[in-house]
Design a protein around this ligand. Structure first.
Ligand code: SF4
Length: 451
């Protein structure tokens, strides 16, 4: 069970030395109880207290790293039920299923789809992160053959080996030694054998309750049993496959882990979203992204589907208390010369990436003055008094852009057309031009000026 703030306080040195950054040990204890700080910040805590508190202050959802190197994927470590309470920590993993019943060429094509799935959005690289190899054939040889193609074709991509046959698992997992794969398929019939293989190859074990409705009781009993066999890193599957069951079980699992600190369910959740109908599959994946899945298995890769689920994942896993922002500076787009246009906007990441993308689309080399407005978009920053005529004028004067350009024309976003006169008053010798309201109007606007 989680300790209360007062119980934690009793274990602290009680010197109020402030080395942890909090004014008192009690304040620190309260934050620890809410999982909003780390015990490591107190340098004077005793070993005995550390041991007692370590377990209590460990994240309720076990942190697990899947794969190795640059493509390694962190899962778990979640501490809240609702994103607005703090933040969701480790974005869910999307994995493409590859069935071992496919031909070699079909498997290679699927691998290629995973390797080329990456897109860039708001400065972040988003992709289908992993491959789930399915032993649909029930044949060890075919499973091994498909695994070999994946191990060779996508050596850096984390792999989930899906089989409930220990013999097939043992044959295939050898190909991913030292790559921290997930061996998915431990259930009440094979737990000992699968745990043995996971331990031997230092892999994560995927544990599943019966799809027929074993549910969370069966799952908790299984994780306890497997833990007693020496396997600590697990991902869990309640057996839910229908949308409403996934939503219910994922919620119950997260609630048990966070609210009750119930360790048998304190593991990342794996969700199988595959459907024949792409739109339906997307909707199942969306439920998983929004409600607590750490891994979502997909049957196919389509660009529209990726865009929808990548965007949702990115939105849900950004910290709501920290606006996404870019550095304040004058960005050069293309190779601008002293006659090139100068545009100004705010430093909200999405604004910057959309505006800079549209300037790039125009093929008119330009200067983009990005002003620090604490990560707010144009209208919000204007309404908050952070994107005002005096602040814009001061920013332009201090930016040094006057050394780079010969002209004295500043293009402002159409949404703040109202500022044009007052900027001209404050920026002596400058002409202010009102640009388009929406960024998608920028290419035509810039091109019309050079025509
Ligand atoms: S560093 Fe430790 S002893 Fe000092 S105030 Fe913080 S909790 Fe108390």
């Amino acid at each position: 069970m989680a300790l209360t703030g007062v119980e934690i306080f009793k274990l602290l040195p009680k010197t109020n030395c402030k080395k942890c950054g909090f004014p008192t040990c009690l304040a620190f204890a309260m934050k620890l109880a809410q999982r909003q700080t780390s015990l490591d910040l107190c340098p004077d805590v005793s070993e005995e207290a550390k041991q007692k508190l370590g377990e209590a202050s460990a994240p309720p959802v076990r942190p697990i790293t899947f794969g190795i190197g640059d493509k390694a994927l962190k899962m778990g470590e979640e501490t809240v039920l609702f994103r607005h309470d703090k933040r969701f920590v480790n974005p869910c993993v999307f994995a493409l299923e590859i069935k071992d019943t496919l031909s070699d060429d079909e498997i290679k094509n699927k691998i290629e789809e995973v390797l080329t799935s990456e897109i860039e959005r708001v400065g972040q690289k988003l992709r289908v992160d992993a491959i789930a190899l399915m032993n649909d054939s029930n044949d060890v040889g075919r499973f091994e053959n498909a695994a070999k193609i994946i191990a060779t074709g996508a050596p850096d991509v984390p792999v989930i080996i899906c089989t409930d046959n220990p013999q097939a698992a043992d044959a295939v997992i050898k190909l991913f030694t030292d790559k921290k794969p997930i061996l998915y398929g431990a259930d009440s019939t094979n737990a000992e054998a699968m745990a043995e293989i996971a331990k031997k190859y230092k892999s994560i074990l995927g544990v599943k309750a019966s799809v027929s409705g074993g549910g969370l009781d069966e799952l908790s009993a299984l994780t306890e049993k497997i833990k007693s066999l020496g396997v600590e890193d697990m991902v869990i599957d309640s057996g839910a496959r229908k949308a409403k069951d996934i939503l219910r079980d994922n919620t119950l699992i997260r609630r048990a882990a966070i609210k009750k600190n119930f360790k048998p369910l304190g593991y990342p959740v794996i969700t199988f979203a595959q459907r024949d109908e792409s739109l339906f599959e997307t909707l199942i994946a969306v439920i998983g992204v929004a409600k607590y899945s750490s891994i979502i298995i997909l049957s196919s890769i389509e660009k529209w589907k990726n865009l929808a689920i990548f965007t949702l994942r990115q939105n849900i896993y950004t910290d709501p208390q920290v606006p996404m922002q870019v550095e304040q500076k004058i960005y050069k787009i293309g190779e601008p010369n002293p006659e090139s246009p100068l545009l100004v906007t705010t430093n909200f990441s999405l604004t910057y990436f959309i505006v800079s993308g549209e300037v790039e689309n125009s093929r008119v080399p330009s200067y983009l003055a990005v002003m620090d407005c604490e990560g707010l978009s144009v209208l919000t920053a204007w309404a908050a008094g952070k994107f005002t005529a005096s602040k814009i004028s001061q920013f332009i004067k201090e930016s040094g852009v006057e050394h780079d350009i010969k002209h004295r024309e500043l293009i402002i976003p159409g949404y703040v057309a109202i500022l044009s006169g007052s900027i001209e008053d404050k920026l002596e010798g400058w002409k202010v031009t009102v640009g388009p309201r929406e960024a998608n109007g920028i290419p035509a606007f810039l091109r019309s000026r050079t025509a």
